[in-house]
Every structure is written in structure tokens, then in C-alpha cells.
Write a protein that binds this ligand. Structure first.
Ligand SMILES: [Zn+2]
Length: 219
């Protein structure tokens, strides 16, 4: 099965790099913050040209409930760019970057990614995963309750709640990338994805067992 290149990269290479980025650059930050009572969500920004890491961050809701993983990462990116500008260096154009979110972004983060000027994002876990495997139903509930978005007949839980290809950006799950990778590479990617997902199980258990001790409004 073939698929158009993603920013010049074959889907299999992008999928593998994004999974490695989650393991090496996001999960250590998330493990630390989950131990403090934060949720398990993280994000990273990579250069489109060589997929090198620009910045990564994780949910910091014990500081403010607005610091979702994506928001913390965007703030880090803006801080980095302001520092570059102060040194007389060129800012990094968000359109030259790949945005990676461990979980399908909530309505707050969809808007923040859009307002920050990115033209893409990729994610590992879907809304359905977040609701069913992580026991965090707020992404789906907020879109339905506040924005009145409702899936079409026949769509699965969590599907059809926002426009995945629009004038601002296109988004894909890592599973989409795997599905469009050559058959010969799919088994290895599926295994890599399974291992990364496995790493989140323990973190989710830790979060769920301690969440009543924090003041996060939507725990
Ligand atoms: Zn969010």
C-alpha cells in the first residue's frame, strides 16, 4: 500500500521516528509529572526537514488546568522562538515543523495548535482510547456538550467530532501512517507502537489512583 510522502518522509519512517520521540523525549517528562499528580498527555515539535526534536513537554495541570501537554509544548516553542529573536536569530516557522501529540488533542489544544500556525499534527492514542483506556472522557464530552458536534450515523465513538483536513491543517494518527506503510515494515511498526502504548498503562494507573488528591477541575 502506498501513501503520499509526509513532508518528504515515507509514512513508515515518520511513524517510527514519532514513536521513538515519544519514548525518548516525552515519556520521561510525563513520568515525572504524573508522579506529581498531572495527567499522562505529552507533545513534541520536530523539524519537518530531518525530524530532529525542537522541543517536548508534558501536561502540567497542577500548575494550571490550562497547561495540557500540547499547550506546555507550544509555550516552550514560543519561548524558544522569542529567545532566538532576542539573539537576532530567525524564528522557527511553525509551518516547517511537525507537531506530535501523544493523545488526540482536545478542543482547547486543537485551537491552540491552529492559532500557533502549525499545518499538521500527528497523534498516538485516539479520543476513544483516552475515554476507554485512560478513563478520561472530557475530550469527547466537551466537543459534544460545548460545541454540539455529533458523529454521523455509523461513525465510531470519538469519530466525526472535528474536521481532520481543513484550511489550517491536516492530522493523522500514527496508526494511519502504519496502515500506509509497506506490508513488510508493518509488523515491526505495530510491535513498536504496542511497546510504546504499554508504557502508558502504568502511568495511567498512577494518575487514576492519585487524582482525587489534586485540585484539577476535570480530573
Ligand atoms: Zn488539550
Amino acid at each position: 500500500m502506498s501513501c503520499p510522502l509526509h513532508h518528504g518522509h515515507p509514512p513508515s519512517h515518520l511513524a517510527s521516528t514519532l514513536l521513538t520521540t515519544i519514548t525518548s523525549s516525552i515519556l520521561p517528562l510525563t513520568a515525572h509529572n504524573v508522579s506529581l499528580g498531572c495527567k499522562v498527555f505529552g507533545a513534541a515539535i520536530l523539524s519537518k526537514s530531518d525530524l530532529s526534536l525542537i522541543t517536548a513537554s508534558t501536561n502540567d495541570e497542577i500548575t494550571t488546568p490550562l497547561y495540557h501537554g500540547e499547550i506546555s509544548t507550544l509555550l516552550s516553542f514560543h519561548t524558544l522562538n522569542n529567545a532566538r529573536a532576542a539573539r537576532g536569530e530567525e524564528r522557527i516557522d511553525p509551518k516547517s515543523c511537525v507537531f506530535l501529540s501523544t493523545h488526540e488533542p482536545c478542543s482547547l489544544c486543537l485551537s491552540a495548535i491552529t492559532w500557533s500556525g502549525f499545518d499538521n499534527f500527528y497523534y498516538l492514542f485516539t479520543y476513544k482510547d483516552t475515554m476507554e483506556e485512560f478513563a478520561i472522557p472530557h475530550d469527547i464530552n466537551i466537543l459534544r456538550q460545548v460545541f454540539e458536534t455529533n458523529p454521523q450515523e455509523g461513525q465510531e465513538l470519538g469519530e466525526g467530532l472535528y474536521n481532520k483536513s481543513n484550511a489550517y491543517w491536516k492530522c493523522y494518527s500514527i496508526q494511519d501512517l502504519i496502515d500506509h506503510s509497506p506490508d513488510i515494515e508493518q509488523n515491526q511498526l505495530v510491535e513498536q507502537q504496542r511497546e510504546v502504548k504499554q508504557s502508558y498503562r502504568g502511568l495511567s494507573d498512577t494518575y487514576q489512583s492519585t487524582k482525587t488528591e489534586t485540585s484539577i477541575p476535570l480530573a
